[in-house]
Design a protein around this ligand. Structure first.
Ligand code: ARG
Length: 297
């Protein structure tokens, strides 16, 4: 159809329309795909793209990665992608509360194990239930769990840190974030200054963990408390469209490489700007951990 733009075109009309419809719903209901405080990531339309400074992910590298999509959209998965997420159990997807607040389960579709959105590959599932953390107030406790109508089996879920631990969060160590968000840096004086390029293929980038004190200096308008973990460096960060996706550390357990998911993409002041690392919902936080484990058991 004529309105369908190539995945590599700058942005996508269809996608922008779908996201703004969802954003409007969210703004009213105070929901997911939208609502961000001024200065934080979401642009006025509620849409934010990206991974900045990364490289394309190889096919199949992150089988637990989820694209959270508008269910009744036109176009391909590229057009309908809204946020990231991760499959933490055959029936459960972890994402950011701001991605789904105000949305209804029937508005959403979960696609697991796709790398190239427009390929329409991956397992698609409907959402039975959507639960945000009871204390959610952006960007704190920005966590939601989606319960799927049918399971996705045979996927190795990322491991989650233990309740109350910060063992994998030493400042200066490297974590990885993945997503289909905007790949264009945004200066923090002017978040969402307009330039966007959404990749069709999943992107990955390694970012240094930043101490909360340093992160607070870089994000003066946000309360950087222990519900958040920060990561990022000039030219490398998550960005709009990456929200809900995983911040991870690789580890070797019993001779096998595994991923620990330590955070969920939440927000930032611009993207990849000097002095403004991104912030992530912190899975090691006791109350966030408890909320998730109520579902996973
Ligand atoms: N809130 C954004 C989203 O909805 C993610 C922003 C992440 N920004 C950053 N600089 N790390 O996709």
């Amino acid at each position: 159809m004529s309105w369908r733009r190539s995945p590599h075109a700058k942005g996508s009309l269809v996608r922008r329309r779908i996201l703004s419809v969802i954003a409007a719903a969210v703004a009213v209901a105070g929901t997911v795909f939208a609502a961000t405080p001024a200065g934080a990531q979401p642009s006025p339309s509620g849409v934010q793209p990206n991974i900045v400074g990364g490289t394309p992910a190889p096919d199949g590298a992150y089988p637990f990665m989820v694209s959270l999509q508008a269910k009744d959209g036109e176009g391909t998965g590229y057009d309908r992608h809204g946020c990231g997420g991760s499959l933490i159990h055959p029936y459960l997807v972890l994402t950011a509360a701001h991605c789904v607040q105000g949305a209804k389960p029937e508005d959403l579709q979960v696609v697991v194990g796709t790398t190239v959105l427009s390929s329409n590959a991956g397992e698609k599932r409907d959402v039975a239930e959507l639960k945000a953390h009871p204390k959610y107030q952006f960007p704190n406790y920005d966590v939601a769990v989606l319960v799927l109508k049918a399971p996705v089996t045979s996927v190795d879920a990322p491991l989650l840190p233990s309740r109350g631990t910060d063992a994998l969060e030493r400042p200066g160590t490297t974590a990885r974030v993945i997503g289909w968000g905007n790949t264009i840096e945004q200066s923090h004086g002017n978040p969402g200054n307009g330039n966007r390029s959404f990749p069709d293929r999943l992107q990955q980038v390694d970012v240094p963990i930043v101490s909360r004190a340093e992160c607070q200096v870089g994000n003066p308008d946000t309360k950087i408390d222990d519900t958040l973990v920060c990561a990022g460096v000039t030219h490398k960060d998550a960005c709009q469209g990456d929200s809900g996706g995983p911040l991870m550390r690789e580890a070797t357990v019993d001779g096998r490489k595994v991923w620990f998911q330590i955070g969920i993409v939440s927000g930032g002041y611009g993207c990849a700007a000097t002095g403004a690392p991104g912030y992530y919902s912190r899975i090691g936080n006791a109350e966030i951990n408890d909320f998730i484990r109520e579902f996973t058991g």
